[in-house]
Structures are given as C-alpha cells and as structure tokens.
Design a binder for this molecule. Structure first.
Ligand SMILES: Cc1ncc(COP(=O)(O)O)c(C=O)c1O
Length: 399
C-alpha cells in the first residue's frame, strides 16, 4: 500500500491535478464539522444550499420511478422527456425557443460547467472572469489548461459588470466570458440591459458567453432574465442551469445546459466517457419539478427575501460592517476591512477566529478573489440568523 506520507511528486500525480485547489467552501464546512463532532454548537452561515426540504411532489416522482423500475441506463444527456421538460420550462419562463438537441443534463450544474469548459477551453485560451467569482470557475478553467483573466468589479457600484469593462480585457486569445447572475458570492444581479450588451459584444467578436444561471429564479429585482432568451445571439451562448437551488434539490445532483447542438454533442461525448447519464430516478424527479406546480419556487423566493432583509438589518446595525444590498441568490458579502489589521489580518484569519471563538461559520473572501469580505449565507431559519448575528456582534465588539 502507498504510505500516506508520500508526497504528490513521489506519487507522480498529473501536472493538471496539481494546478487546482480544493474548494474553499468545502474547507470551511470540514472545519465546522470537526467542531460540531467535538460537541460545539456551531451556527452555520457558510453553506450554499437551501434549508428547505425538496417539495413532496418531486420526492413522490422519484419514489414512483423506483417502484416502476425506471432504474436502467438512459441516453447520456438525459431522456427525451427530461430534455423537453427543460426546454419547455425555459421557453415558458424566459421566452426562449431551444430544441431538444440543444439541451443536455448532467450530474449537477457543476458537472455541466466542467463539461462545457472542457470542450471549449484549450491550452492557453483566455477566459474573462469577473471578481468576486464563484470558487469553482477558476479551477475548472485551469484544469482545462486555460488562463483566467480577472475582471475587477466594485462594491460601491454594486459589483456591476458591463461590456465596456470586459472589452478592455479582450485579446486575440479570449475564448470565453463567464457570467453568474445572480452571483455567488455577492448576490449581485446584472440588469437585462447589461447582460444583453455583453451577449451582443461577445457575439460580434466570436467569444463564448457562459451564463451560470444556477440562481436565476432567486432574483429579487422583479426582472428575472436568462441570457438564453436572446435568441439572436444564441450561437455563442451557453446557459448553465441547475435544479439544486430552485427546487431545494442540492443532493439530487441535476443540472442542464442549453447551447448550440454542436456544443451539446461534444459535452455528451465527454460525459459518455465519464459518468454517462445522470441518475435515472433523479431524471423522473426533475421532470416532476420542471412540469409540476411552480408555487414552491415563489414561496421559497418570498422567504429568502424576508431572510435577506432580516440579515441586512442585523448587519447594518453593527458599527463598522459595510454591506451592499444583494438582488438575488442567498448570500450577503459584507466588507469587514474595518476589523482587519489588529491581529486579524485577512478574511481567512477573521473567519477562522469567528468560527473558533464565537462558533459562527462563514466563508472568507479569498476563495472568491477578494481580501476584505466574508460570505454569509442566509439560507437558514430566522432563529439561526438571530443566533449568528448575536454572536457576530459580540465577536466584533471584542476584535
Ligand atoms: C454559482 C454556482 N454555480 C454552480 C453551482 C453548482 O450547483 P450544483 O452542482 O449543485 O447544480 C453552484 C453551487 O453552489 C453555484 O453557487
């Protein structure tokens, strides 16, 4: 057996696996878990998943699938029934007109992103990535051999990203722009106008826009918008969707892409040599989610808005904490720079101290590319938010 002390070099792991880091969010979860196992009462504001249970009609569809022996391999990118449910839902909600061959399903949105980047980003290609970014984008691009070109956005402008800002970073090697609206970690929402302008600009230059719309239904601006509705620019757009947050289905692992059929075909080819189809049972559950009543989605959205407002009011009552109002997702991204420099020199140190001394788990901003913020998730009960805020107040008074 290989001794566990052997170094990565001695193991001769590939150069490409050594290019990437484990997810920063996962690291926090592991540390908080360790404390919990030691009997510590941790208030967990680090998790990126809904606190709701999966709606009953979706669970019933999965149980029926098992009982009906829908338990065999399916087509790699999902059944025709699932692909049609995906395209119909999108057409109904966003006025798009994707065909069955322009849709594919994978084991979670993350898997979709991985496949799309693997088939489009080559060695030396540049990918424009707005900062703050969701942790995995950078590592998935690096794994494919691409280089991320980081685009700074500014807190005092609500982390706005525009085509003009992107244009300055374009080179002959630019292959792709990654957008994520509503954003993880800031909750910032791009306006339909700004999104349209980026799509138009990218289409003109032959640059791909990968639009991660994992939180598209958790948009509180009243202007829900998918880049996939811009049919005139669709030849260069990849929409990445996920059922994880929309229907409280994180553990089920179901994501999809809407893109030109040649890209979908390449993604399915890659998937055919790795995981094959997403779980057959989950596909039936996904059909029930997409075709069933959507009231569960709006009910959860209403609750998130309430929790966001509660969290913002609580944070803004703490002297020194600066926070922009997020227009979507379920995160706030407060600036904690007023508390740095007195023995606590970085968000990572801040988060660690907050976890170990006040037992509140958050995610430090470094993993998202910034050095003055922490990410707080408000996808939990109001009671947990209150306990977390109380502890945070006490902790900050002592820093
Ligand atoms: C921005 C963003 N994209 C994609 C994902 C992946 O979600 P899943 O793989 O559960 O569909 C997440 C999950 O946290 C996310 O925050």
């Amino acid at each position: 057996m290989t001794p566990v002390t052997e170094t990565a070099a001695a193991l001769k792991l590939t150069e490409r696996i050594n290019r990437i880091e484990p997810s920063a969010t996962m690291a926090v979860v592991a540390e908080a878990d360790k404390l919990r196992q030691a009997g510590v009462d941790v208030v967990d504001l680090s998790v990126g998943e809904p606190h709701f249970s999966t709606p009953q009609h979706i669970k019933d569809a999965a149980i029926a699938a098992i009982n009906n022996n829908f338990t065999r391999y399916t087509a790699v990118g999902g059944t025709a029934e699932l692909k049609d449910a995906i395209t119909h839902r999108h057409a109904q909600d966003f006025g798009s007109a994707y065909k069955r061959e322009e849709a594919t399903a994978s084991t979670g949105g993350k898997h979709v992103l991985f496949n799309a980047i693997q088939v489009l980003v080559d060695h030396g290609d540049e990918v424009i990535l707005p900062v703050p970014y969701w942790v995995s984008f950078k590592d998935i691009v690096r794994y494919a051999g691409g280089n991320c070109v980081l685009l700074d956005s500014h807190e005092d402008q609500g982390f706005r990203v525009t085509a003009k800002m992107i244009e300055r970073l374009v080179t002959p090697r630019t292959k792709m722009i990654i957008l994520n609206s509503p954003s993880n970690p800031t909750g910032a929402v791009m306006s339909p106008e700004d999104l349209t302008e980026v799509a138009r600009f990218a289409a003109e230059r032959g640059i791909w826009v990968m639009s991660d719309e994992t939180y598209v239904y958790l948009n509180y601006s009243g202007r829900e918008f998918s880049l996939g509705s811009l049919q005139e620019h669709r030849e260069r757009i990849i929409v990445v969707g996920s059922l994880s947050k929309t229907y409280a289905m994180t553990g089920w692992r179901m994501g999809f892409a809407l893109a030109p059929s040649a890209v979908i075909g390449a993604m399915q080819k890659l998937q055919s040599q790795s995981t094959s189809n997403p779980t057959s049972i989950v596909q039936k559950a996904a059909v029930a989610a997409l075709k069933g009543p959507q009231s569960c989605v709006s009910e959860m959205r209403t609750e998130y808005i309430h929790l966001r407002d509660h969290m913002l009011a609580g944070l803004r009552a703490i002297p020194g904490v600066k926070v922009t109002t997020p227009g979507g997702a379920f995160y706030v991204y407060p600036n904690i720079s007023a508390f740095l420099g007195h023995g606590v020199n970085s968000p990572a140190e801040f988060s660690r101290k907050l976890l170990h001394e006040a037992h509140v788990a958050t995610v430090p901003g470094e993993g998202f590319g910034t050095d003055e913020h922490i990410r707080i998730s408000y996808a939990t009960s109001q009671n947990e938010l209150d306990r977390g805020l109380e502890r945070l107040r006490g902790f900050l008074a002592s820093v």
